[in-house]
Design a protein around this ligand. Sequence first.
Ligand code: SD4
Length: 304
Amino acid sequence: GGRKPRVISTWDFGVPANLAAWAVLAKGGRALDAVEAGVMIPEADLKNHSVGRAGYPDRDGHVSLDASIMDGDGSCGAVAALEGIAHPIQVARRVMERTPHVLLVGEGAQQFAVEQGFKKEKLLTPESEKAWHEWLKTAHYQPSANSEVRDYGKGAGGKDNHDTIGMLAIDAQGRLAGACTTSGMAWKLRGRVGDSPIIGAGLYVDGEVGGATSTGVGEEVIRNAGSFLVVELMRQGRSPQQACEEAVMRIVKKRPQAAKDLQVGFLAINREGEVGAFAIQSGFSYAVCDGAKQDGLFPSKSVY
Ligand code: SD4
């Protein structure tokens, strides 16, 4: 006990998300409640086309959401390819707390959500539908390159970088938790699942060590069990910064040609509250909120 609470999250939209988490932490609340409340902000944001309700759809026009949540004690829950439910992180938490399972997908995840009282609704916004129709004109999908809808060159201070939100928090009692939520890659194949709902890929938390989360091309993160790797490196004594750098370099070394054109970023915190971040491409930013400063936003270091 007796820790200084702190919450960190990916990208510029992490700043308002952190504030919602901070409202929980500042009252002495639980890290798990904080990260859930925090990531619900971008999930609800109609201007955010890569998380939640207003997320861009898959190739066939379905908005399909991925989310995971993990507590420092090893409890975790996730949903993947969930359609028609606006707050996948809440469903992920229900999977964790009210089922013997860790991950529910697709129709089964939706059925569970409805049984739990979540409203089924149409998520595709008029704006997202318009963007999808634009994309259909060429139907060009290049997952390895910086996506047409995400400009990784615009980082901290940039106008419209939109991406997965990954959030990690430590509360006043020293408990750690993390959450990650996304609509995945725009125009993906139907059924495609990224790293965000895969425990150990897009999110991993161990209360004795720290937590990590990722953003970018999920396939690369899954291949390398990214967030688990970051946490294991911290367990072996690396700082969060060193651990994020080593995990990114693992990805780059394995596929150096491909890595030139794609983005992966890691964000990590250890149980002392030290923070690290590293990405392949420049433009990744992360937000830090603690008792000293509530709206900090920092550019991550990167390979390129
Ligand atoms: C995914 N990592 O589904 C997520 C989404 C993301 O840039 O961050 N895209 O692969």
